[in-house]
Design a protein around this ligand. Structure first.
Ligand code: PMP
Length: 303
């Protein structure tokens, strides 16, 4: 990866290679950090970089810190200014992926602060590889329940669970992995939430199924209602419903919306990306890039 010029560390824009923490820091020793992944979309016509749903990301970021008993860090206003400042400094004219992390820099396992802030933004295209449809494995790993690790937030350590499932799927030749929860119901993918379409109904696991409370999931629910007239049913989803469904899709900030065409090598629906999935991909892309100017509050312009 070619690295951008600047990163953000503790209130300052710094050269990329100077954004460092010590190996003895609790964030290195125990993964004592929480983070957000965000996207920025370059709109060539407007010569503008739009950051997508910043307010919602910062709200979840604050909750992640509360759930992990972190001390108060910088305010949301300060952080949203820092995001814009960093993208500005790097003069991006491409789509970007942004990672913002609150971390504990010194102390032991029981340290609750002081809170460090790191932000990186790197050019990133959407993964078009799966645009034709992803093959998914149901993992033999189980999504950790919320009374083991807070599943609905983004703390660094949660990602060991996602990583093991993802590597298993990749080694077995699949594009992606779906994890069931400890009750045997569908939870989510390694970094994406899942929707199915059954008999015209859009269905997704409810937020009490050990899923991350995903912003893209919420966006899909809102756009499906608004543009397709579809009310999403939030409920438990059984694993065999995945192969009964006419369409399956996964969604997340990085992955956006992607069709799933097989589960455990069993064909989903027609084996092609479904009509509802394709419409959602189109609407989502248009709104996120600002080509459709609805939902103006979802886009933060950088320039
Ligand atoms: N689940 C997990 C575990 C994730 O890391 C992500 C990516 N943040 C998602 C789901 C999708 O969440 P979002 O739409 O907020 O990016």
């Amino acid at each position: 990866m070619s690295t951008p010029q600047f990163a953000y560390l503790n209130g300052q824009i710094v050269p990329w290679n100077d954004a460092k923490v010590h190996i003895f820091a609790p964030v290195a020793k125990y993964g004592l950090g929480v983070f957000e992944g965000m996207r920025g979309y370059w709109n060539e016509e407007a010569q503008q970089l739009y950051l997508f749903r910043v307010a919602e990301h910062l709200q979840r970021y604050a909750f992640s810190q509360k759930a992990m008993r972190f001390d108060q860090g910088p305010s949301s206003e300060e952080l949203s200014k820092a995001l814009v400042q960093l993208c500005h400094a790097n003069s991006f004219s491409t789509d970007v992926h942004i990672r913002m992390m609150a971390f504990i820099e010194s102390g032991e396992l029981d340290a609750t602060g002081p809170i460090g802030t790191a932000i990186t933004a790197v050019p990133r295209e959407t993964d078009r590889q799966v645009a034709d449809g992803a093959s998914v494995q149901i993992s033999s790993w189980v999504r950790m329940p919320d009374n083991v690790m807070p599943a609905r937030i983004k703390c660094n350590a949660n990602y060991h669970n996602s990583r093991l499932a993802l590597i298993q799927a990749q080694r077995d030749g699949y594009d992606a992995t779906f994890l069931l929860n400890s009750r045997g119901k569908l939870a989510e993918a390694s970094a994406m939430c899942v929707f199915i379409v059954r008999d015209g109904q859009l269905i997704t696991p409810s937020v009490t199924n050990d899923i991350l409370e995903s912003i893209t999931r919420q966006t899909v629910i809102e756009l499906a209602r608004e543009y397709l007239g579809l009310e999403t049913v939030e409920r438990d989803v059984d694993r065999t419903e995945l192969i009964l469904a006419q369409e399956v899709l996964y969604c997340g900030t990085a992955a956006e919306i992607a069709p799933v065409i097989s589960i455990d090598r069993m064909v989903v629906g027609s084996g092609q990306p479904g009509a509802i999935t394709q419409q959602l991909i189109e609407i989502y892309g248009a709104i996120a890039t600002g080509k459709n100017d609805a939902h103006v509050s979802w886009r933060t312009p950088v320039f």
